[in-house]
Design a binder for this molecule. Sequence first.
Ligand code: SF4
Length: 472
Amino acid sequence: MKPTAHAFERNARQALHDATLQQALARARGGFVDKRRAAIEALPEFAALRAAGRAIKDHTLANLDHYLLRFEAQVQAKGGQVHWAETPEEACAAVLDICRQAGAKLVAKGKSMVGEEIAINDALEAAGFEVVETDLGEYIIQIAHEPPSHIIAPAVHKTRQQITELFEGLHHQPGLTRPLQTVPQIVDEARQVLRDKFLAADVGITGANFLIAETGSAVIVTNEGNGDLSATLPRVHIVLASIEKVVPTLEDASVLLRLLARSATGQEITSYTTFFTGPRRADDPDGPEEFHVVLIDNGRSAMLAGPYREMLRCIRCGACLNHCPVYGAVGGHAYGWVYPGPMGAVLTPLMVGLEEGRPLPNASTLCGRCEAVCPMAIPLPKLLREHRRQEFARHLTPPRARWALAAWAFFARRPQLYRRAARLAAGLLGKLARGRGRFRSLPFASAWTAARDLPAPQGETFMDQWRRRNKS
Ligand code: SF4
């Protein structure tokens, strides 16, 4: 996927004027938030669980090399193979090799954000393989030729009417029961179409929510069971996973699973939670003949060694997206790459470059809701500020903003002068407003006044009031 994060402003403006998108976002907005709140209120030990989850991740990240090697040894001991990939290109090449050696034609793919990150579908299709997404949301966006707009609900931006039109335009198999007026009817049709694909697929690709070092297992959670079918029916199972997905033990994974389900969908546990360990054994009734794990770095080792290390605690629950006022207003596509919302605003500049991704950390009010709801207590506002700091240090900030910041810094370092200037500016703006108490348009604040009024300062400045009250 070619990033368009540099065009966030244009993307966001289009999103705000897209009535269908706004309708879909309004419908989705409350659901996740309310369910998460109820699930957490029903679990008094949530704060303790959150602290435990954070400690597990911090410990693992501090010893990542050890746990990754342990994971690899366990996968091999169980008859599987691990492929190390530093870049998206290396990861795609490893998957293509496995598919070619398997003589594959059709690949059934479960949902995988790292798969989006390395653009595995494009690579497979360019090499002549047919790829079918098996998660309903992913399937919908695949046939709409769109990227996901949410990390756990990829088609949340689509209305039922749009999905009906997509299905009616594409599915012409005999035996389909129409019309498609309800969600169960849509789901049933997708099930009928995908069933044949599961049975015909030679290779199944899934992501992994966690990798377990002590057993060499890959864990995936779904609410549709499609991941299980993608992994067990084809002859070959490939797991795509980034290196920070590893955790030391089964017990550690169970702590994180409890946090993930509640934070993502407000469930106590996801409908299907499956642990895959190696290929089928002689007495197994089903399962793949080959089990491969492609371990992807793509900049994560650099993150581990730098100021963004805490971002590697992310378990991709999506809670920060669901609670973000910016995401809620513009949806995921405006962010212009694979990861949207606050977590995307941190990750995207790290993965596609700060030059491309610099608008994203600036498109935040730093209100802190994302950090408050993050089950891994990732300090997202602090990391967004770090991006802004880097942007300024690398002279990527536009000249007008640099001048404004330089002027502000000049005054901020001289408190006396700052107070006098603030008093003067407040008085002047108050007079300019001529008793209306607001500005409907101001040339130097047009981005604000184009959509709302700017309140005019009234009376004394905050510092003057503070001094007066403390004197009396
Ligand atoms: S940053 Fe936190 S809230 Fe956002 S997806 Fe990651 S774990 Fe969830």
